[in-house]
Design a protein around this ligand. Structure first.
Ligand SMILES: [Zn+2]
Ligand SMILES: [Zn+2]
Length: 257
């Protein structure tokens, strides 16, 4: 895969009209135990969609314009969920969309320690299960995939067959110990990802393109961890939680279940 380093983001074309932009979170807050936040740009004939808006540190609108065949093409900014590392540059975009359950969170501005100020960016439209977003010659279908957070959504691209699944699944340290996490919901969403028939799943962190079978492996590992059959060490950044290690990925869980 050909990668290019712009001023801040590392970008690569995953398929015609589909790019990953990697935001180097590991350089900013290494204690989070993830290296990149992955943003995805998908270009249709009439408009483009940006999936997630990173930490807010690089010039994201310029990075998107540099990749699109028509730099001023209308661009909608879609959020998989409201966590700060996915919404940092959202306020730079005029068309902003998120699931209703997490919409209110975008109305607040706040500071993130060692990162910076997150600007309020209230949504201009809401996303719901089954919505189709027509980009011209290609559509994105919205799936509500809660678990990592309650209003988490994924997007299936009709043209590439890629499913952009945010923090539901990736090959890295999976954050499932937070107050936002619901393990029953996550289990259902992982099952849906594993059996979806997508060509690949593209997650919100680490190596962008993964086989859908990764979701099945994470699901099996989660059940193993909950049954007490896993290697784990305390995750000191978030006291009371542990990192359960399974080779290509790890799962953070609260120690009291
Ligand atoms: Zn998240
Ligand atoms: Zn994340």
């Amino acid at each position: 895969m050909q990668s290019e380093q712009s001023n801040w983001f590392t970008t690569c074309e995953l398929a015609p009209g589909v790019w990953a932009l990697q935001d180097p979170i590991g350089r900013v807050v290494p204690e989070y135990d993830v290296q990149s936040v992955n943003l995805y740009l998908i270009e249709g004939a009439d408009r483009a969609a940006l999936i997630d808006a990173g930490m807010g540190l690089g010039d994201l609108p310029a990075a998107c314009r540099a990749l699109l065949s028509t730099p001023d093409k209308p661009l909608m900014a879609l959020c998989t969920h409201s966590h700060w590392d996915h919404i940092g540059s959202l306020h730079h975009f005029t068309d902003r969309r998120i699931h209703a359950i997490e919409a209110d969170r975008l109305s607040e501005s706040y500071d993130v320690e060692n990162v910076g100020h997150m600007e309020a960016a209230p949504p201009t439209a809401l996303l719901a299960e089954g919505d189709t977003l027509d980009l011209g010659g290609r559509t994105l279908t919205v799936w509500h995939t809660p678990g990592h957070s309650p209003g988490h959504v994924s997007f299936l691209d009709s043209t590439s067959g890629y499913l952009f699944c945010g923090d539901t699944c990736y090959a890295g340290t999976l954050w499932s110990q937070t107050e936002d996490a619901n393990l029953d919901d996550w289990r259902r969403s992982l099952g849906r990802l594993a059996g979806n028939g997508a060509r690949a799943i593209c997650g919100g962190h680490e190596e962008p393109v993964q086989e859908p079978a990764l979701a099945a492996r994470v699901l099996a590992a989660l059940d193993q961890a909950l049954a007490g059959h896993s290697q784990h060490t305390p995750f000191t950044f978030d006291p009371g939680s542990s990192k359960h290690t399974f080779g290509e990925f790890s799962i953070l869980l609260r120690d009291n279940g």
